[in-house]
Design a protein around this ligand. Structure first.
Ligand code: FES
Length: 171
């Protein structure tokens, strides 16, 4: 990194002021010499900016096809290891719950088992199933997760996770 070093005092004293029109002339300020050198970074990234954090891309596939027969896909991005899948969906206004869950979900407390999603791709970017999931998803496919128990990323990894919304409704 290139740096500039200042070791000498700087004086801003005007050279000479002459003429009758100068009214606001003040005594020059004295700058004492500094013994310590000062280093000023001149290139590279600013120390105030945080280092870039790995991100996870997410795609959410709708459970039912649109009129043209295609399955609508919603997208979101999250900092790796920072949020639960439920929070990411909520932040991006992506529907998580089926009918019963809309009315009766526990708000992410891990006590209702209604926040079900299916991980189509990228399961290695998520945490392992928790004990809560083992309890609620005992007889369900291994690809099913509870969104309120699923941490997206581990702060170091990055990549893409594809999520099937409301897999119970899948057609
Ligand atoms: S929201 Fe209740 S278990 Fe996930």
């Amino acid at each position: 990194m290139a740096c500039m070093h200042f070791t000498n005092a700087v004086s801003f004293r005007p050279e000479k002021i002459s003429g009758a029109g100068v009214q606001n002339y003040q005594k020059p300020t004295k700058f004492l010499p500094r013994k310590k050198s000062v280093s000023v970074p001149c290139s590279g990234s600013s120390p105030e900016l945080p280092p870039s954090q790995p991100e996870i891309e997410l795609e959410f596939i709708a459970p039912k096809p649109a009129n043209d027969g295609s399955y609508p896909v919603e997208k979101a991005t999250a900092i790796s290891g920072e949020k639960l899948l439920r929070s990411i969906m909520s932040d991006n206004k992506i529907e998580l719950y089926a009918t019963y869950g809309k009315l009766m979900n526990c708000g992410g407390g891990g006590s209702c088992g209604t926040c079900i999603v299916e991980i189509i791709d990228g399961k290695d970017l998520l945490n392992e199933r928790t004990n809560t999931e083992l309890k609620y998803l005992k007889k369900k496919p291994e690809s099913w997760r509870l969104a309120c128990q699923t941490i997206v990323g581990n702060k170091e990894n990055s990549g893409k996770v594809v999520v099937q919304r409301i897999p119970q409704w899948k057609k």
